[in-house]
Design a protein around this ligand. Structure first.
Ligand code: ARG
Length: 301
């Protein structure tokens, strides 16, 4: 196993946030409009009751409002056109993971999506990255192991560290490639609850020292790792985490949290941590199992 992978606190051997080098915060986000968004095949429990149930006009308005919320927080938004026939492409987090290496090189690691209906999304993202100064690195498409980008690989704010979730969409064997690609340590977390099928549904770093989690989404070894590394861990209620995907919030520069409206307990934690909270309505996208965090990809450099 690579020295850069941590799977239990026994692996840490002195590794802590203090000895983790700083890393530049993201420079903006990449979003994809919901032009072809629908709930078709059921890929996660949220979708089960909502096949054919998307109000596309409402979805388009919610997406525009979310884009405006990022811009209002001071976060530049780039837009990649939606490809016809790819109903989940609006969840721009999943088909890649963008980042930088310690030498500053910008890299995009292209995903190998678990569901065949999402595999073609990666083509448009690859082309976008190539046109925007990123080196494109590929996981093995069609291989046995799958990787779902920043849905399951979350950068620690301001630190050279990635949190990697596995259990439903991403195979743990992929994190060696993630660590090598970005020359960055990966702390692996095992997801055990199918409602929290991507790491970004149950794990939301608020600041370099603080994280919001839904504890029942993780196995015991993973919870120990989170508690060991983050000085402050706050938890989401089940209602906020499930009905409003509260942990799928996005925090810009440890200053502004953008979160599904009505997740009042989670928003309260954020305010208590000194964050400004902006509430948005992503209810059409929650029907598909996604909200704020996974409707964008962080960009760097
Ligand atoms: N319907 C999409 C899927 O099941 C939703 C993805 C949401 N993404 C996320 N990172 N939570 O693949």
């Amino acid at each position: 196993m690579s020295a850069n992978l941590y799977r239990s606190i026994g692996d840490l051997k002195g590794f802590s946030l203090k000895n983790c080098p700083p890393m530049a915060e993201p420079s903006g986000v990449l979003m994809c409009p919901p032009d072809h968004f629908q709930v078709l095949a059921v890929k996660n429990p949220y979708m089960a009751r909502h096949v054919g149930d998307v109000n596309i006009d409402k979805a388009k308005k919610q997406w525009e409002d979310l884009k405006a919320a990022f811009e209002g927080a001071g976060c530049p938004v780039s837009v990649i056109p939606a490809t016809p026939g790819l109903e989940d492409m609006v969840f721009a987090a999943n088909s890649s993971l963008a980042g930088t290496r310690p030498d500053g090189e910008k890299v995009a690691l292209i995903s190998s999506m678990r569901h065949s209906s999402r595999r073609k999304e990666t083509e448009a993202f690859e082309a976008w990255y190539e046109a925007h100064g990123y080196r494109v690195a590929r996981t093995k498409p069609g291989g046995h192991e799958t990787f779902e980008g920043s849905g399951d690989a979350v950068w620690h704010p301001g630190k050279r560290l990635i949190w990697g979730g596995h259990g439903f969409r991403t195979d743990p064997g992929m994190f060696e490639q993630v660590a090598d690609t970005f020359k960055t340590p990966v702390i692996q977390l095992k997801l055990v609850n199918e409602r929290f099928y991507h790491l970004d549904t149950c794990f939301c770093p608020l600041t370099p020292e603080t994280v919001l989690i839904y504890p029942a989404a993780f196995d015991a070894a993973s919870l120990e790792l989170i508690l060991k590394i983050f000085p402050i861990v706050v938890t989401s209620s089940e209602a906020d985490a499930v009905s409003r995907l509260a942990c799928n919030a996005a925090v810009w520069r440890s200053k502004t949290a953008i979160i599904q409206k009505g997740a009042n307990a989670a928003a309260g934690h954020m305010r208590a941590m000194g964050l400004e909270v902006v509430e948005v309505d992503t209810s059409e996208f929650v029907k598909s199992g996604g909200s704020v965090y996974c409707m964008k990809q962080y960009l760097f450099g």
